[in-house]
Structure formats: structure tokens, C-alpha cells
Ligand binder design. Structure first.
Ligand SMILES: [Zn+2]
Length: 397
């Protein structure tokens, strides 16, 4: 007899353990022990108390409105949607019209994201947009009141936490589907499928092959959102080929040049230990801080950079997503290192030119030889830019 875990869909015999004659799944054991043969307990979230439309302090651009309407139309027809958006194009705002519509119908909505930090950020943004709703972040340490997990109007959680919500949501929005840990995790995919009882809306700047196949097969509706609200093109990174030692010298020089015109610089390095020495070197150019996943006071360092007290911030791929600082220029040391995947590079250069006041900027890949990932990244960004100028032409003609 073939055994299968009802929660994570695991069928691989090596994952099953036995204890007191009861067989259980070890693949999803971090969510609590799940005996084989036991059905997943379906949970219920109370009906949302929806009163008012989302209140935005700004209006969506005509282009955002168009994409938002297209997405909602597909969802109403019970079709899944994939929002392929450039970094900084305002994809969270695109989801609001759909969230409002579902909540108004008394349906349950969840916004799931890979990283905990972003869960908290999105939850507070959604709470601002919907001041009358109870928006609850669900992730490590949250919510403070345990019962809020099921007694809320809108749930914002990490992908992992979806295991608690089997059969709960009519609309499941999944952000950063191309990022760790969701990307490539069959277990999380099965758990997400189980949490959704009607439609999903996926958001990403770099769709994976599986999603593209689903789109081509007509199982998901593609909505492209490449135009940033300020309408400027995305930053296409430059490539500078040289030895690692020379890269350091050139990065130092670039930093000096940027600082002389009052631009802050984000310098990405492949390894945590590189953060330490690179920070020392770049201190010769200006006030420099370093941050990586094991840094103790991340929030303070980020705050100082946002307030422009720091000139240069050295970091690993930790900051590839979710940071918006005006007028920031981006340099990568050893951009041909394997940690810089195509998806990660697209995100990294997406940090450049995100504000209305300074919509353009520079991004440079320092490397010995451009990797496949670097070439693909440039390709993707150029395709997005091309489709922008095509659609602009279309409007003026
Ligand atoms: Zn399992």
C-alpha cells in the first residue's frame, strides 16, 4: 500500500517514521506530528466585517488600474492569476481591488509572503489601507493573541504558516513566489494548495518555469505590470570585467564618485565574511555600515541608512528585496558568484530608481566573466523596458 501524508503530500517512504505503531510524516514534522491516514483538520475563519473600500492616499496610475481590473475579472471567473511585476511597480496596490471585492462578498482572504520581515511590513500597510478591518500578521512571534489567527478580517502570514489554514481561503495571494523558501518546495506548494479553496493570485518579478508553463497552458491568467508609477524605465546593469582585487579598487572609486554627487550606495557581496572587510575598505570613501543575516542590530542599521546618516551599506543577498531608499546606486562585488541567481539580480537592481524624486540610477555588476544569470537578468530587464516603450508608442500614435 502506498502511503501519503495528507498535509504535505509526501509519498517518499524515507520520510515516514513509526512510533508506538503509528506511522507519521517526518517531512512536515516542523508543523507538528501528522499521523498517516489522518485527514487534515479543516479550520474556519470568521466572516469578515467589511465596511469601506481601501483608502489610499494616492491614486493608482491608469496602467495600474487596468491591470488591477484585469486581475479581478479573472478571479471572479474562478481563474488563478499571475502578476508579473517589475520591482517597484506597486504590485501590493494592484491586489487591493481584488481584496476589497472578496471581502465584500463575505469571502476569506489571505496574503502570504516568504519572509517574516515582509509579513510585518505588508500587514501594517494593509492595516493603513483598511483602518476598519482587523488585519492580523501571523508569523514567528505574532499574533500576540493566539485566537486572532482565526478571528480576523484579513490574514497576512508567512508561507509556512499556511499549514494552519487548510480549506480556509477563497482568495490566497502569494507574494515573492520566486523566493526561498517557497520556490521549489513541493511541501509548501501542497500546503498552499490545501489552504486555498477557490483562487490564487501570485506575484513575482521573475516567474519560474513551472508558472510559465501553467500560464501557457491557460491554467493561470498573466497580468504584466512592468511600468513603475513614475513611468521611467528600469535600470539596466552595466558589466565591468576585472579581477577580484581590481573590483575592490573600482568599487571604492565608484563609491567616491557617487558620494560626491550625494548619492547613497548599496554594495552587495556574496558572503557574510566579505561584509566585514568590504566595510573597512569602503570606510575610506564615507560613512559605511555592514549588514547580513547574523547582524544583531539590523533595524538600527537600516534606519540609519534610510535617514541618510550612512553613505554606504554593504550587504549580502539579505537585502535583495523589500528595501526602498531614494537615490540609491547599486554595485555588486563578484556578481558572477553562484549566490547571485537571475531572480536575485533582478531584485537587486530593482532597488535603483524607485522614487518619483529620483527615478533613475546606476547599477554595476563587477565580475571576472559575466555568468548566465547576469546575462539572463539583463535580458529580462531589457524585455520589460522594451514592452514599456512599445506600449508608450502605442498610446501616442
Ligand atoms: Zn507531511
Amino acid at each position: 500500500m502506498k502511503i501519503k501524508c495528507a498535509r504535505c503530500g509526501c509519498e517518499d517512504p524515507q520520510y515516514f517514521g513509526k512510533d508506538h505503531g503509528i506511522c507519521y510524516c517526518r517531512r512536515c514534522i516542523s508543523f507538528g506530528r501528522m499521523p498517516v491516514g489522518e485527514p487534515v483538520r479543516k479550520r474556519k475563519i470568521r466572516k469578515p466585517h467589511y465596511i469601506k473600500e481601501a483608502c489610499l492616499k494616492f491614486e493608482l496610475t491608469p496602467y495600474q488600474k487596468q491591470i488591477s481590473a484585469k486581475a479581478l475579472q479573472a478571479l471572479k471567473n474562478h481563474q488563478d492569476v499571475f502578476i508579473y511585476a517589475a520591482a517597484g511597480a506597486g504590485k501590493t496596490e494592484i491586489t487591493l481591488e481584488s481584496i476589497s471585492w472578496f471581502l465584500k462578498q463575505g469571502k476569506r482572504v489571505c496574503f502570504a509572503i516568504s519572509r517574516r520581515q515582509v509579513v510585518l511590513e505588508i500587514a501594517s500597510r494593509l492595516q493603513e489601507y483598511y483602518p476598519d478591518l482587523k488585519v492580523t500578521p501571523v508569523c514567528e512571534g505574532y499574533p500576540e493573541n493566539y485566537a486572532d489567527r482565526f478571528d480576523s478580517d484579513l490574514i497576512v502570514c508567512t508561507m509556512h504558516q499556511l499549514y494552519q489554514y487548510a480549506g480556509c481561503f477563497d482568495l490566497l495571494i502569494m507574494d515573492e513566489v520566486d523566493a526561498f523558501p517557497y520556490a521549489g518546495s513541493e511541501m509548501l506548494e501542497t500546503i498552499a494548495e490545501a489552504a486555498c479553496r477557490d483562487v490564487t493570485m501570485m506575484l513575482s518579478a521573475t516567474p519560474d518555469r513551472k508558472s510559465m508553463e501553467k500560464i501557457e497552458a491557460g491554467q493561470m491568467i498573466l497580468c504584466e505590470l512592468f511600468r513603475r508609477p513614475h513611468g521611467h524605465q528600469l535600470c539596466v546593469p552595466e558589466i565591468r570585467k576585472c579581477s577580484s582585487a581590481l573590483q575592490v579598487i573600482r568599487i571604492l572609486k565608484c563609491c567616491r564618485d557617487f558620494l560626491s554627487v550625494k548619492k547613497q550606495v548599496l554594495v552587495f557581496v556574496p558572503r557574510r565574511e566579505d561584509v566585514v572587510w568590504m566595510k573597512k575598505v569602503l570606510s575610506l570613501a564615507g560613512k559605511t555600515e555592514g549588514i547580513h543575516s547574523a547582524t544583531a542590530d539590523k533595524d538600527r542599521i537600516m534606519q540609519k541608512f534610510r535617514e541618510k546618516e550612512t553613505d554606504i551599506l554593504v550587504t549580502t543577498t539579505l537585502l535583495e528585496r523589500g528595501i526602498t531608499v531614494g537615490s540609491v546606486q547599486v554595485l555588486i562585488y563578484q556578481a558572477d558568484h553562484i549566490v547571485f541567481t537571475c531572480a536575485s539580480l533582478v531584485q537587486i537592481f530593482g532597488r535603483v530608481g524607485r522614487t518619483f524624486s529620483d527615478p533613475e540610477g546606476t547599477g554595476i555588476c563587477f565580475c571576472q566573466k559575466p555568468s548566465q544569470a547576469i546575462r539572463e537578468c539583463i535580458n529580462i530587464i531589457e524585455t520589460m523596458n522594451r514592452s514599456l516603450s512599445d506600449s508608450q508608442k502605442g498610446r501616442t500614435e
